[in-house]
Design a protein around this ligand. Structure first.
Ligand code: KG4
Ligand code: ZN
Length: 340
């Protein structure tokens, strides 16, 4: 088969987004995501509701991805799916759907690690976006993950730092909950942070050895601070919301930048890529850009639709594995704690 004409369907269902995407030789033809609004009322993802919503969404989402790509399922060369990590009930929906479809069409099945996919999203062919050269450092920051990875090659990655408790997106979302903001709170905190004074309030940064992160102490610190201030002035949050958001953002961004700086010094690698929902954050983007001047970094931020959970990143990994002939067997199992 010519390596020039490969169509792969990617399926992602690890958390609360049901997504499907068709890639043709490294270029995305469609990228469909069904968000599950149902979790907003609970202020976080409810696993049982997520898997039920995936079951309802998966057929129409895959159908839509094929329609938008303007191909039929008979033109597909392989099906790639997220094997893990993620919520078991959610992963099972995508895994069993992918297995049946590949079996029915008589084409190869390709298992994908969600965390590798966040990183390899940088290898999607997209005008105006450069692919990082090996080796590079990838910082994956989202509601479920916070990692620094030394990427030596597409499938040769080493996690050199990760959170020992909450993910950075959780720190945003839990802080938002304390402040009475909606879920997820990251985007609103970011918006307000740009209008506030980052030095208005001071929060203690955690002391964690090496390249690991911790965010649960910060969340508790913010909770106690807000409780104390509200006791003295019931309107404290309303009167200071932008400054509180700016101060939280300042603290979180400096925690992330300190560690990536340390990782760059330790490894001597100056190509820095980010991925995951939190990479939309204006403070992180600005600090990374500043690092280009200050530390001689070259930084890589993927197109927004490839940073949050999506299936295009699953499809690109499918394509790269297809080229290597790296296929999964029909008895492959979803794995909630799959490691890089
Ligand atoms: O990658 P993602 O869509 O889903 C996973 O968690 O895997 O990331 C969602 C997270 C949420 O915690 C959300 O609050 C955060 O990304 N987020 C942001 C911003 N946009 C999304 N956090 C800070 N600033 C933003 N602009
Ligand atoms: Zn993710």
């Amino acid at each position: 088969m010519s390596s020039q004409n490969i169509f792969i369907l990617g399926i992602e269902s690890s958390c609360d987004d049901t997504a499907a995407s068709v890639i043709h030789n490294g270029k995305i033809l469609s990228n469909v995501v069904a968000n599950q609004k149902i979790h907003e009322a609970y202020g976080g993802v409810v696993p049982e509701l997520a898997s039920r919503a995936h079951q309802q969404n998966i057929v129409p989402v895959v159908h839509q991805a094929l329609v938008q790509a303007n191909i039929t399922k008979d033109q597909l060369n392989a099906i790639a799916f997220t094997r893990g990590p993620g919520l078991m009930g959610s992963l099972l929906v995508g895994t069993s759907f992918a297995k049946s479809l590949a079996y029915g069409l008589g084409i190869p099945l390709i298992d994908v690690n969600h965390m590798q996919a966040h990183i390899l999203a940088h290898f999607i062919d997209e005008e105006g976006f450069n692919k990082p050269p090996f080796p590079f450092l990838a910082m994956t920051i989202s509601g479920g993950h916070t990692q620094i990875v030394n990427v030596k090659h597409h499938f040769d990655m080493e996690v050199i730092g990760e959170t020992i408790d909450d993910a950075v997106g959780e720190a945003y979302d839990k802080s938002g909950k304390i402040l009475g903001l909606g879920y997820p709170a990251g985007p609103e905190i970011d918006k307000r942070a740009q209008l506030g004074n980052p030095k208005a309030f001071q929060f203690t940064k955690p002391k964690v050895d090496g390249l690991n992160f911790s965010f649960s102490g910060l969340k508790t610190g913010i909770l106690y601070f807000v409780q104390r201030e509200v006791k003295a002035n019931p309107n404290f949050i309303k009167e200071n919301l932008n400054d509180i958001c700016a101060s939280i953002q300042y603290t979180i961004v400096s925690i992330l930048i300190d560690k990536i700086k340390k990782a760059s010094q330790q490894t001597g690698i100056k190509h820095i890529a980010i991925g995951g929902g939190v990479s939309a954050n204006s403070g992180i983007r600005k600090s990374l850009k500043d690092g280009e001047q200050k530390f001689g970094w070259t930084t890589y931020v993927p197109k927004f639709e490839f940073t949050t959970d999506n299936a295009a990143m699953i499809a690109i990994v499918g394509y790269l594995k297809f080229l290597e002939g790296d296929f999964a067997k029909q008895d492959v199992m979803a794995s909630a704690r799959l490691k890089i």
